[in-house]
Structures are given as structure tokens and as C-alpha cells.
Design a protein around this ligand. Structure first.
Ligand SMILES: CC(C)(COP(=O)(O)OP(=O)(O)OC[C@H]1O[C@@H](n2cnc3c(N)ncnc32)[C@H](O)[C@@H]1OP(=O)(O)O)[C@@H](O)C(=O)NCCC(=O)NCCSC(=O)C[C@H](O)C(=O)O
Ligand SMILES: [Mg+2]
Length: 354
């Protein structure tokens, strides 16, 4: 554990000073694409205009024989679209590198930071098991940033997708000032925990509670309610992130055609405190944008409560409900997000009347 005084010192001579805050940027969807896939690569300028975060994926879902093409493809895309990415641009450019035990990750990090480090906002690290993984990446990035002459830090995002990672999530979130956030990786996590679902995120019809029987018949007339397989992990991840001022995200929803259940999963995550989710296919982009932007009705209600509460003390009745200091704080959370999103989006600003 580093001393509090050392925490904000660069980890390599000449590396940028560590950031003290994760700056607010709209982060409602992390859109995944495979930079070795020509069709997807060709869509980058179009998609970049629609998403908050565009992520060139180098890890799972990229075939082994395409690993190097994906890495090189991302370098070329970042260079060819220099006007779209980098400090002050609307769309963040991220990458997901290969796992730390893979034969590719060292070259992923060296190549990307050296060639296009000035365009990259965040590096997503998969299968993070504890703070030691973040410390390794932190020091290596500092060395690479110093050598590349970068003047701002590239932040790090961890995926929570092993049982060990979940057990250590608080230490992971607090491991470095470079930490930007954490995503739930439900597919790898299910495998690591030996859960018996084969789905990529979402619910499972077998995970349910059943109403008690009303008579002797145990088989008929008993309503079942599907439960959320991910509630515990998301809630724990949200707490770990909130206590360290970093951002929690839901990860992938693999049933691309089930846009309804995707919206439900994203909304559960939003309500629990996540700021965004991954989009794996263009059809999921607008779902994430809608869900992770507060609704105009919630914003209108929040405005009413904050106005009625004045200095925030005491209690008032609005529409038959008690509002006090605590509910006023909830409303301020909602309003802050609405204002931040509306600042870069005239349509939202109009919908929120802000
Ligand atoms: C899921 C897909 C393989 C589906 O691809 P495809 O069969 O080509 O879908 P469509 O025919 O409906 O595509 C229509 C057009 O849209 C383009 N497309 C598709 N996906 C994307 C995308 N993500 N970005 C940009 N463009 C996209 C297609 O090329 C078609 O174009 P055209 O023919 O010109 O009309 C595919 O969507 C896909 O590969 N998505 C990304 C998958 C991914 O990144 N997976 C990894 C993240 S999830 C994970 O790793 C698990 C996690 O770590 C955990 O452990 O939980
Ligand atoms: Mg995974």
C-alpha cells in the first residue's frame, strides 16, 4: 500500500502527474467494435458521432489469428480519425487490452501508448483479480507515458469478472488514482464462479422464487418471479466505486435481438447506481442512451423537490409524499447528472427545460 503522500506522485520520471478526480464526461454506453473487422472499422466515424465511448476491443471476441490485426487496426483508426479523438473531443476512445497473463498484452500496451497514447482516454483491463494487477499496469503505463512524452494520464478501467476480483473489488477500486471505473463482466464471472448459466448477462428463467401454495395442489396456480442473478455483484461494485469516486458500469447483454430485456437489465443497473453499460451491437446504443439519461419526469420532480426544500433542511409534502434532506440529496444526484448531460446535448436540455 502506497502512503497517502506518494499516491499522487508520478510512478516514473517524466510521467504525467496523476489525476485527482475522474472528470465528468457522458459515459452512458461503451460501444465495442473489433478493429480487425473491416465492416466495423469502416463505421467508426458514423458510430463515434452517436456514442459517448468507442472501445476498440482486442480481447475476447477477437479471433487469435486477428489479435495483431486488431491492435494495428486500432492504431490506424485512431490516427486516421485524429479530429474525433483526444483531449476536448466529445467521444472518448478506449481500448480493451488482452488479459495480463496473455501473450499479447505487453505489445498491446506498448504499441497503443507509444503510437496513439495522446488519443486514448482509458484502457480497460480484463479479468482483474486484485490491486496487484492495477499496480502492474499503473507503473508500466507511467513508464510508457514518460517515454511517449504524454502530458496527461491514460486512465484505467477494470472488469470484474472473476470470483477473486469480486472478493477484492474494494481494493481494486482504491488501487490507484488512475482508476476510472469498473464494469461487471457477467460471462467470465459466471464461468469463474461455476454458475450454471450459459448466457452473456441478463436473467435466467430458472432463478426464481415461487408463491406459496394456497391449498394441497403444489403444481398449479403459483406465480413465479424471476430474480436478478447480478444484483449482489452490481450493488457491491457500485459501493466500491462510489466510496472511491470512480464510475460503475454494467457490462454486456448478449441477447442482441431481445431489446426489451436489454433495456430492463440496463435500467436495473442505472437504478442501482451505474452510469452506463456496454453496447455490443448498434441496436443497443440508443437503449443505453435512453436508460442512462434521467427521464424528463424524474428531472421535473427533482427540480420541484429541490426548489421546495430551499436550504435543504426540514421536511415538506409534495404530492402526498414526505421529502426531506435525504430525498433532496437524491434529487440533487439526478439533477447534477441531467445538467451535465444537457450541457452537451441541446435536445436533452430542452426535454429537461434546463
Ligand atoms: C454480435 C455480433 C457478432 C453480431 O454481428 P452481425 O452478425 O454482423 O450483426 P448484424 O448483421 O445485425 O450487423 C448489422 C451491421 O452492423 C455492423 N455491426 C455489428 N456489430 C457492430 C458493432 N459492435 N460495431 C459496429 N458495427 C457493428 C455489422 O458489421 C453489420 O454491418 P453491415 O453488414 O455493413 O450492415 C457483432 O455485433 C459483434 O461482434 N459485436 C461485438 C461483440 C463483442 O465485442 N464482444 C465482446 C464484449 S462481451 C465480452 O467480452 C464478455 C465480457 O467480457 C464478460 O466476461 O462478460
Ligand atoms: Mg470477459
Amino acid at each position: 500500500m502506497r502512503s497517502p503522500r506518494a499516491f499522487f506522485r508520478p510512478l516514473a520520471v517524466g510521467a504525467p502527474t496523476p489525476t485527482t478526480d475522474v472528470p465528468f464526461r457522458p459515459s452512458r454506453m461503451i460501444h465495442f467494435f473489433d478493429p480487425s473487422n473491416e465492416k466495423m472499422a469502416a463505421k467508426v466515424p458514423d458510430i463515434a458521432a452517436k456514442v459517448d465511448i468507442l472501445l476498440g476491443n482486442l480481447e475476447d471476441a477477437v479471433k487469435t489469428e486477428k489479435k495483431e490485426a486488431a491492435r494495428q487496426g486500432l492504431v490506424e483508426i485512431a490516427k486516421a480519425n485524429a479530429d474525433l479523438f483526444g483531449p476536448g473531443r466529445d467521444t472518448q476512445l478506449w481500448t480493451r487490452v488482452n488479459s495480463l497473463d496473455s501473450p499479447w498484452v505487453l505489445d498491446d500496451l506498448i504499441t497503443l501508448v507509444t503510437e496513439v497514447g495522446d488519443k486514448l482516454d482509458v484502457i480497460m483491463v480484463p479479468k482483474v483479480e486484485g490491486p496487484q494487477d492495477i499496480h502492474y499496469v499503473d507503473r508500466l503505463l507511467a513508464q510508457l507515458e514518460a517515454r511517449a512524452g504524454l502530458d496527461r494520464q491514460i486512465l484505467v478501467h477494470a472488469i470484474l469478472e472473476t470470483a477473486e476480483g469480486v472478493a477484492n473489488v474494494e481494493e481494486i477500486a482504491a488501487a490507484s488514482p488512475r482508476m476510472q471505473g469498473i464494469s461487471l463482466g457477467p460471462a467470465d464471472l459466471a464461468a469463474s464462479r461455476r454458475m450454471k448459466t450459459t448466457r452473456v448477462g441478463g436473467g435466467h428463467p430458472g432463478y426464481l422464487v415461487r408463491e406459496d401454495p394456497t391449498g394441497d395442489d403444489l403444481t398449479e396456480g403459483r406465480t413465479t418471479y424471476q430474480q436478478d442473478l447480478w444484483h449482489y455483484t452490481i450493488a457491491r461494485m457500485v459501493d466500491a466505486c462510489a466510496m472511491n469516486d470512480i464510475l460503475p458500469f454494467y457490462g454486456p447483454f448478449g441477447d442482441i435481438k431481445d431489446v426489451v430485456a436489454c433495456e430492463d437489465q440496463f435500467r436495473n443497473a442505472f437504478l442501482l447506481g451505474c452510469v452506463g453499460a456496454w453496447s455490443l451491437h448498434p441496436v443497443q446504443i440508443d437503449i443505453a442512451k435512453k436508460v442512462f439519461s434521467p427521464s424528463p419526469e424524474d428531472v421535473a420532480h427533482a427540480k420541484r423537490v429541490v426548489e421546495a426544500m430551499g436550504d435543504g433542511s426540514g421536511a415538506v409534502m409534495i404530492d402526498g409524499k414526505m421529502e426531506d434532506d435525504a430525498s433532496c440529496k437524491q434529487c440533487i444526484v439526478m439533477l447534477d447528472l441531467a445538467r451535465e448531460l444537457a450541457a452537451g446535448d441541446p435536445e436533452l436540455a430542452a426535454a429537461y427545460d434546463l
